[in-house]
Design a protein. Structure first.
Length: 186
């Protein structure tokens, strides 16, 4: 087995993948934050590291061609599956609660609102900033806060998972309050 400078890096990739798999297996069921599942993608380093390690030590051209053929076949199959998935996504897009909320707000003439962080920025994005929504908690874009502060008299409040009072309008998982403000002229 011939060693090259790349051998150590290949082993590093393999160890990172093994560590990610073990950590996920050991503590994965205790983690409550679903966004942390992205770290399991580090397990993809295992086949990459093994393939790179093979090419750093193998000298027989027949074996190298066989592995290139195998990797190419896997890539083609993966590409075909990704194309199939993307085509289905375009033809039959999944329903989006945030898209429906954005459509409702636009149909009601809402231009300014306050909402929890993720709702605020998703609606800002989906409406291409036709609706400016300031965050009720974490603030990343101070300009949105300033704009809504200037138009507070017209701002609609959006709360998640809240029981609506008689003054609020329930829509999916949200409660919209002060919706009548949107119909006021500036």
């Amino acid at each position: 087995m011939k060693e090259s400078p790349a051998t150590g890096f290949c082993c590093y990739l393999i160890l990172i993948a093994i560590q990610a798999a073990l950590v996920y297996a050991v503590i994965g069921c205790n983690v409550r934050d679903q966004t942390l599942i992205r770290y399991t993608l580090l397990t993809l380093y295992f086949p990459i590291g093994v393939t790179a390690l093979f090419f750093s030590v193998a000298s027989d051209q027949r074996w190298r061609r066989a592995v290139v053929t195998l990797v190419t076949l896997c890539a083609v199959l993966s590409l075909a599956d990704n194309i199939r998935y993307a085509t289905g996504w375009v033809r039959w897009p999944p329903r989006s609660a945030h898209r429906e909320l954005a459509n409702l707000l636009e149909s009601q003439g809402v231009r300014y609102a306050r909402a929890p962080y993720w709702t605020a920025y998703e609606i800002d994005l989906l409406t291409n900033e036709r609706i400016t929504i300031a965050s009720l908690d974490k603030v990343r874009i101070a300009e949105y806060q300033r704009i809504v502060d200037e138009h507070e008299a017209r701002a609609v409040y959006i709360f998640e998972d809240a029981a609506c009072s008689k003054d609020g309008v329930a829509f999916r998982q949200w409660c919209l309050t002060y919706l009548e403000r949107a119909q006021r002229t500036p």
